[in-house]
Design a protein around this ligand. Structure first.
Ligand SMILES: O=P(O)(O)OC[C@H]1O[C@](O)(COP(=O)(O)O)[C@@H](O)[C@@H]1O
Ligand SMILES: [Mg+2]
Ligand SMILES: [Mg+2]
Length: 339
């Protein structure tokens, strides 16, 4: 990585116009901040509510995964060649159904579907989603998640979906977020006006504001990388990891991208999934894993690159394309870039 770290986050962070007290219900928060949406006609608000609703159903399944027959593999593979877990498929059905019923989404790009799915022809939004992130951790009761990106369609409603509607740069996201099914369940999202986190209260069946205006510490001491493939890391990634060890940073790797990202956002840290001999472009998918987390990272004061350029500037050419991913605290990503 010869290029110096001249990557900056170009978004001016304008936090939610109306400061909302901790404990504000998600519905009220969305309503009170609706005017910050570019097209404040309630559709994006409804879409966010539809995602929240589907996540509550998935959360219920996740919480009792050991008791009901949703553990284990489905016996099928997704486009990436990964063995689909039953919960991957179930989560995909739940989100697809909720977004189809909601009526706001015209097309859905999902990790679990080879091509995009047409939903509502008069929908104005396109969604890219990783319905269940961290599949290898489902059966071992470790935190898993859901990741989503929201784009505005380019073609007029009631006309066929075009490639331009689907293959949009991450910088064109109008909203992005993730759900973390962990010791508690959280929904974290941005609409370009800062990042807010909501914790799910299962007895009331509602999300409440628990982490307003999330800011990622500029510097941290945690690095997250699967060193199992370290033999095929580039010299610069290897040098950066040595820098982390020389400085006695803490290695933390859950193996669920959402969970590793969330921890690093709260505590300060860097997550790296570089190119390896096995995965020349890394493992993670640009459209439904990296773009959403890159938007959130930048909105929280962090950075996200592929080692050379800002993730949000990458123009996708394929639905399931992969990219190396360096995301986290600003100074740590800059350091990794400068190696
Ligand atoms: O096992 P590896 O190679 O470290 O990969 C772990 C990474 O793969 C993922 O599980 C990929 O996501 P999916 O589970 O949605 O396919 C990430 O959550 C995680 O960070
Ligand atoms: Mg994933
Ligand atoms: Mg997944």
């Amino acid at each position: 990585m010869q290029r110096s770290s001249n990557i900056t986050s170009s978004t001016s962070i304008e936090s939610s116009r109306i400061a909302q007290p901790i404990g504000t219900a998600l519905d009220r928060f969305i309503k009170n901040n609706q005017d910050q949406f570019a097209f404040a006609s309630g559709e994006l608000s409804q879409l966010l509510r539809d995602i929240a609703l589907a996540s509550k159903v998935v959360n219920r399944e996740v919480n009792k995964a050991g008791l009901i027959d949703i553990m284990g593999a489905m016996g099928s593979q997704n486009t990436a060649g990964d063995d689909q877990q039953k919960l991957d498929v179930l989560a995909n059905i739940r989100f697809t159904r909720a977004l189809a019923k909601g009526g706001e989404v015209c097309a859905l790009v999902s990790e679990e579907a080879e091509s995009f799915v047409d939903l509502n022809n008069d929908g104005k939004y396109v969604i890219a989603i990783d319905p269940l992130d961290g599949s290898s951790n489902i059966d071992v009761n470790v935190s898993i998640g859901t990741i989503f990106s929201v784009y505005r369609r380019k073609s007029p409603v009631q006309t066929p979906i075009t490639e331009d509607d689907i293959l949009q740069c991450g910088s064109e996201q109008v909203a992005a977020g993730y759900v973390l099914y962990g010791s508690s369940t959280m929904l974290v999202y941005t609409t370009g006006h800062g990042v807010n986190g909501f914790t799910y209260e299962p007895t009331l069946g509602e999300y409440f504001l628990s982490h307003p205006h999330l800011q990622m510490p500029e510097e941290g001491k945690i690095y997250s990388v699967n060193e199992g493939s370290a033999n095929s890391f580039s010299a610069s990634v290897t040098n950066y990891l040595q820098h982390c060890k020389d400085n006695k940073y803490t290695a933390r790797y859950i193996g669920s991208l959402v969970a590793d990202f969330h921890r690093n956002m709260l505590k300060g840290g860097i997550y790296i999934y570089p190119a390896t001999a096995k995965d020349k472009n890394g493992k993670l998918r640009l459209m439904y894993e990296c773009n959403a987390l890159a938007f959130i990272a930048e909105q929280a004061g962090g950075l996200a690159t592929d080692g050379f350029q800002r993730i949000l500037d990458i123009k996708p050419t394929e639905l399931h394309q992969r990219t190396p991913f360096f995301v986290g605290s600003k100074k740590m990503v800059e350091k990794a870039m400068s190696m």
